[in-house]
Design a protein around this ligand. Structure first.
Ligand SMILES: Nc1ncnc2c1ncn2[C@@H]1O[C@H](COP(=O)(O)OP(=O)(O)OP(=O)(O)O)[C@@H](O)[C@H]1O
Length: 421
């Protein structure tokens, strides 16, 4: 199998030996029916691997179902995975097939498998060993033929030692282990990835792509990337959207690499040493704070835009086209773009969100979030409201995984009533 064509098919960027080795193992194991356990830090690109394994297996025409075990509440996970019978619990008005039934003949990707409750682990072990499962509320065993690919960003061995993960299940899942290396161990891929993300966003918003000076490139490559490729992608997109200059020097880049900036370190203190689990939690918190800051910046810009529009209307006595002072950024869809990119397209000015802003949306003085928790809470509630409670979309908006969002919702005690949409 030509590795290059696989990368092209899945949009995988990178050519370092560590990445290539992991991809080669996935391709070699794909035609077998062996269980595969993919491990790697958050944001390294683990999700490509089960897709590759499915696509290059004899099951490729069967269903592929990806399940985020950390995003499903404990009370419903058995029913989601294995189905339930009518009346088996309050609210079970109909019987329902679970993913293992639906994926018969195909592949199931169990992301964050370490988050499965122990009782569900027992059911999973059974289906892996015998192909048998029982719907919740039934006593009849059913057969299914599913290949399982699992992923984890926690050390499952430690979870076994702590009694949170069954040892027998660990060995059963770990038949073929694939370790996806962190970005800091793939230095040669960093600039390639940055260029790709910068080019993509430039094409999406019809603007010239950003480029790095030689020194900035060195800085980018020597950074430790605690949030891995996901963080690199965010940084490339943030710089593309926020900076007016297209040639990025170290001074600009530094502002987007949290370890380098005093301001960001004050906002969210980073642990002195890298390598601990808390590092990723902090990366996540930083992402949420960044998002919040960008949103606030966007809102302020929108308000400035409204004022400019009002002033212009007063002078001209009306008119539809809106123009902005050169220094103001404008918001197009979800992205905040420097006004340099708000060029007339098809003869008219690009529609901005400014007209949709109402007085209720404006942040009032004195209402700025005071603590990190409040700021995160605010950002999460806003995102959930915006997407009417849909966690997948909200997580994407916040640049965090769905599982992390789920954990944050629990940690911060965000209730359905808080998301009045
Ligand atoms: N080599 C790569 N080439 C292009 N894009 C990549 C690459 N690796 C990761 N990405 C992108 O980075 C983002 C994060 O990847 P992904 O969701 O697969 O991470 P993950 O390891 O599953 O993280 P988590 O454990 O938090 O779910 C995605 O947008 C993905 O498309």
């Amino acid at each position: 199998m030509e590795l290059q064509s696989v990368k092209q098919r899945f949009g995988i960027i990178g050519n370092t030996p560590a990445l290539n080795r992991a991809l080669e193992v996935a391709l070699r194991v794909a035609p077998t029916d062996l269980s595969v356990l993919i491990s790697g830090e958050s944001g390294v690109g683990k999700e490509f691997f089960p897709q590759i394994i499915h696509a290059y297996s004899a099951r490729k025409h069967g269903n592929y179902i990806a399940v985020n075990c950390g995003a499903i509440p404990e009370g419903t996970i058995d029913s989601e995975l294995f189905g339930h019978e009518k009346g088996s619990f309050t609210g079970a008005t109909d019987s329902r097939k679970g993913y293992f039934e639906v994926a018969d003949g195909g592949t199931i990707f169990l992301d964050e498998v370490g988050e499965l409750p122990l009782t569900t682990q027992v059911r999973l072990l059974r289906v892996l060993q015998s192909g048998e499962f029982i719907r919740v509320g039934s006593s009849k065993a059913q057969k299914t033929n599913v290949r399982v690919v699992a992923a984890t960003n926690v050390n499952l061995r430690q979870a076994v030692e702590a009694g949170r993960f069954r040892e027998d299940l660990y060995y059963r899942l770990n038949t073929v282990p694939i370790a996806v290396p962190p970005l800091r161990d793939r230095q040669g891929d960093i600039h390639l990835l940055f260029r790709k993300f910068a080019t993509d966003i430039a094409a999406q918003y019809h603007m010239p792509p950003i480029g790095l000076t030689h020194q900035a490139r060195l800085m980018l490559e020597s950074y430790r990337w605690p949030g891995n490729v996901r963080q690199l992608k965010n940084v490339a997109e943030q710089i593309s959207a926020v900076e007016e200059k297209r040639e990025i020097d170290p001074d600009i880049l530094m502002r987007y690499l949290p370890d380098y900036t005093a301001a960001a370190t004050q906002l969210v203190p980073m642990p002195a040493a890298h390598g601990g689990g808390g590092e990723f939690a902090n990366a996540t918190e930083r992402d949420i704070l960044y998002k919040l800051l960008f949103d606030l910046r966007g809102e302020v810009s929108e308000l400035k835009g409204m004022v400019a529009e009002l002033a212009a209307n007063q002078h001209s006595g009306g008119g539809h086209a809106i123009s902005y002072p050169a220094s103001l950024p404008v918001k197009i869809g979800e992205q905040i773009l420097p006004s340099a990119f708000a060029q007339p397209r098809n003869g008219s000015y690009i529609e901005t969100a400014a007209e949709e802003v109402t007085a209720d949306d404006a942040p009032e003085a004195g209402q700025a979030p005071q603590t990190k928790e409040e700021a995160q809470r605010e950002a999460i509630v806003q995102a959930l409201r915006k997407y009417r409670g849909k966690r997948k979309e909200a997580a994407r908006e916040l640049f965090i995984s769905e599982r992390t969002l789920y954990r944050k919702i629990k940690e911060l005690g965000i209730r359905d009533e808080d998301i009045r949409f």
